[in-house]
Design a protein around this ligand. Structure first.
Ligand SMILES: Cc1cc2nc3c(=O)[nH]c(=O)nc-3n(C[C@H](O)[C@H](O)[C@H](O)COP(=O)(O)OP(=O)(O)OC[C@H]3O[C@@H](n4cnc5c(N)ncnc54)[C@H](O)[C@@H]3O)c2cc1C
Length: 345
């Protein structure tokens, strides 16, 4: 009989990341399909009480925690030791963990330590003939594969955004403590600080409800035969500030910086969506001044509701790639949208 463990870590503030609730949401149906008597949750962190309370109502049969001040920060040696101890204590054959940056680094080593196997970027779980099947995409999201494995424990890192998050009120938790020996050698690596753009300047927001894509049209000559790059920059940044959308780009726009053309200074190749860019997951997407060519739109595979603003009624979006195409000047549209947002409408 399979037994399922959901392995989680706390964030710096002691709370669980959003992806943790998605892993918890995936565990219940999986355990039920397997006919398991329930599932376990294991949490590592410096102080796990708020996290334990947050998932107390999720229906887990066991709640295991590994606490130590050294588990406050992301570090391979301590994360791997704590995660391996939780896996062993649970006796689980299937381990589900959110694919956060922290776990993406530590969990493959954990699978090795516990004599198991690991698969990453899992987007779906199902049970057929009593066997667990996991799905993931290959070749930059071009092919979806379904895999199953015989060795146990089988550790599955779940891609954020692919599973329905469990939600429920915090409750009273009575976790079992799992002790982990933390040696000096393990804590030789220290986090001395985090260098990251200020939240307001961070334009890639995986948790945003909306993906806002800017295309090369924003820097092209407009009806008055002039470019309006500064206006474009202001309109886009104002919209991002008001909407908290995540910013995506076409390849043409981010490539311009290398060609010495006028550029949007806050845009980098990290923003590029498409065949040679990223494939983000957001419920909605809005493309502006972007033609909607196949190599770009292939990156919209996981965007559920798609809209585009383009002057060209024959652009790629009009050919079945968007749910709604507004044939309009994106400068005028975004100015009006920003005015509505500023007015709180
Ligand atoms: C192997 C390969 C891989 C590729 N990978 C990627 C990838 O990963 N991602 C990607 O994006 N591309 C990729 N491309 C490039 C892709 O084919 C397109 O060339 C690119 O997406 C075009 O970018 P764009 O739509 O921003 O620019 P353009 O094609 O120049 O389109 C600009 C659009 O802006 C519109 N416009 C201009 N002014 C306004 C206005 N005021 N209001 C509204 N609309 C306006 C125009 O009508 C036009 O449709 C790849 C190509 C190849 C060959």
């Amino acid at each position: 009989m399979e037994s399922v463990l959901v392995l989680l870590h706390t964030e710096a503030d002691g709370a669980l990341p959003k992806a943790a609730f998605e892993a918890v949401g995936a565990a219940g149906p999986l355990a039920a399909s397997l006919g398991s008597p329930g599932f376990a949750i294991g949490i590592l962190g410096a102080s796990t009480a708020p996290a334990s309370a947050a998932v107390a109502g999720a229906g887990a049969a066991r709640l295991l925690v590994a606490e130590h001040p050294a588990f406050a920060e992301s570090r391979y040696a301590t994360d791997a030791a704590a995660a391996a101890a939780l896996c062993r204590a649970s006796g689980a054959t299937i381990v589900l963990a959110p694919m956060t940056a922290r776990f993406a680094r530590a969990i493959p080593g954990v699978a090795h330590r516990i004599g198991g196997r690991v698969d990453t970027h899992i987007t779906g779980l199902s049970v057929a003939d009593g066997a667990v099947h996991a799905t993931r995409w290959f070749y930059r999201q071009r092919m979806e594969g379904t895999l199953t494995r015989a060795p146990r424990p089988w550790v599955l890192l779940l891609d954020p955004g692919a599973h329905q998050a469990w939600s429920g009120a915090p409750g009273a938790a009575a976790p079992e403590m799992v002790s982990v020996e933390v040696t000096d050698a393990m804590t030789r690596t220290r986090v001395v600080g985090v260098e990251a753009p200020a939240a307001a300047q961070q334009t890639i927001r995986p948790d945003a409800d909306l993906l806002f894509v800017a295309g090369a049209g924003w820097t092209k000559k407009q009806a008055d035969a002039q470019t309006h790059t500064q206006d474009a920059q202001t309109l886009i940044l104002d919209f991002l500030r008001a909407s908290h959308a995540s910013l995506g780009s076409s390849k043409s726009l981010v490539d311009q910086s290398g060609e010495g053309h006028a550029v949007l200074t806050f845009m980098s190749h990290m923003n590029q969506v498409g065949q040679t860019g990223s494939t983000p997951r957001h419920p909605k997407g809005l493309a502006t001044c972007c033609h909607g060519e196949e190599p770009h739109v292939v990156g919209w595979r996981f965007i559920t509701e798609r809209r585009a603003v383009n002057l060209d009624p024959n652009c790629g979006w009009a050919r079945g790639k968007a749910d709604v195409l507004y044939v309009a000047d994106a400068f005028a549209v975004m100015k009006a949208v920003n005015a509505l947002l500023a007015a709180g409408e």
